[in-house]
Design a protein around this ligand. Structure first.
Ligand code: RIB
Ligand code: CA
Length: 321
């Protein structure tokens, strides 16, 4: 059962840094239009620089035949640094070197911060924000528009490592490490948060043949997804970002615990560390500020991804026939 309310698709904005796993998350969302109404994609610097993340988001929309989804450019570097850090896991182009055509989907004029504000206010009942890259855009939108939080139903994010080691440093996960101040602004915004950290996304490893079978298929969408996954999983086998979308479609795939999470703001390896308190003696009168995801049913996650891509491919084929 998805998060749909009264059988209407959930209105969401994906804030991302494509990034192969971001691309797969976008495709998964587009393959579940009965559960998810993807109102916009906002882009941030992260895995690769902003110019590439926004071009890649548009390339993925072209691939899916969904050029109607508006794409907005956001922040080119973290709040407190002139230059963010990139991740080699996605290749220098950000999509595993898979040669997708130059984007046709247009880039909108508004800044991501203003688009998040406008779309959230236009959405009856509020928007669900899905940040799956460094949280810079979302944090600055919350600072620029203080009452924006009243128009955000929930934040469902990929970031952090609450009960285990980081991936970009021994202590911190990439999205939170790149912009720790943004992560802390989000965690203290007093908005319901579902936190998908490495604790659960490290479990999200597809079966060995999944990407090969996709890449070998006739369908161009399958081929591109399979090639991207094949290039990516040799460096990082974990399907981080799609966990966020999978939860929106089928929350029963996951288990979570309530926790108070705060972000370490020091320099060095600890920057962006997500310190989670779950036990009363550690909470020490602090209220939990999020649900931290702890378990995922991987076979069902993989089946959902396959079904999502199949649905999207058939819709795209219908459009072009
Ligand atoms: O640590 C994994 C996260 O960092 C994912 O969102 C990946 O795309 C990168 O942004
Ligand atoms: Ca990402």
């Amino acid at each position: 059962m998805s998060q749909m309310t009264d059988a209407k698709p959930l209105p969401i904005i994906i804030d991302c840094d494509p990034g192969v796993d971001d691309a797969i998350a976008i495709l998964m969302a587009l393959g579940n239009k009965d559960a998810i109404d993807l109102r916009a994609i906002t882009c941030v610097a992260g895995n690769v620089p902003l110019s590439s993340t926004s071009a890649n988001a548009r390339r993925v929309l072209d691939l899916a035949g969904c050029s109607e989804v508006p794409v907005y450019n956001g922040c080119a570097h973290p709040i407190m640094k002139q230059k963010g850090r990139t991740s080699s896991a996605h290749g220098t182009d950000g999509l595993g070197g898979v040669n997708l055509r130059d984007p046709v989907t247009p880039l909108q004029d508004d800044h991501a911060i203003d688009a998040i504000n406008r779309i959230a206010r236009e959405t009856p009942g509020g928007i669900v924000l899905c940040p799956i890259g460094p949280m810079t855009n979302v944090a600055l939108a919350l600072l620029r528009y203080p009452d924006l939080r009243d128009h955000i139903r929930q934040i469902v994010l990929m970031g952090g490592a609450c009960f285990g080691p980081g991936n970009i440093t021994p202590l911190a996960e990439f999205n939170f490490h790149v912009d720790p101040h943004a992560a802390q602004i989000v965690m203290t915004a007093v908005i319901p948060i579902m936190l998908f950290g490495l604790d659960v996304t490290r479990q999200a490893i597809l079966s060995k043949s999944f990407s090969k079978d996709l890449a070998a298929a006739e369908e161009p969408l399958f081929q591109a997804a399979g090639q991207m996954l094949g290039a990516y999983e040799s460096r990082d086998p974990c399907l981080h970002d799609p966990c966020v979308i999978a939860w929106l479609v089928d929350p029963g795939l996951f288990k979570s615990v309530p926790a108070h999470v705060e972000i370490t703001l020091s320099e060095g390896d600890a920057a962006g560390q997500s310190v989670a308190r779950t036990q009363a003696r550690h909470l020490n009168n602090r209220e939990p500020n999020c649900e931290v995801m702890t378990e995922v049913d991987v076979p069902r996650l993989e089946a959902l991804l396959k079904d999502s891509l199949t649905t999207l491919a058939s819709e795209s084929a219908l459009q072009t026939s």
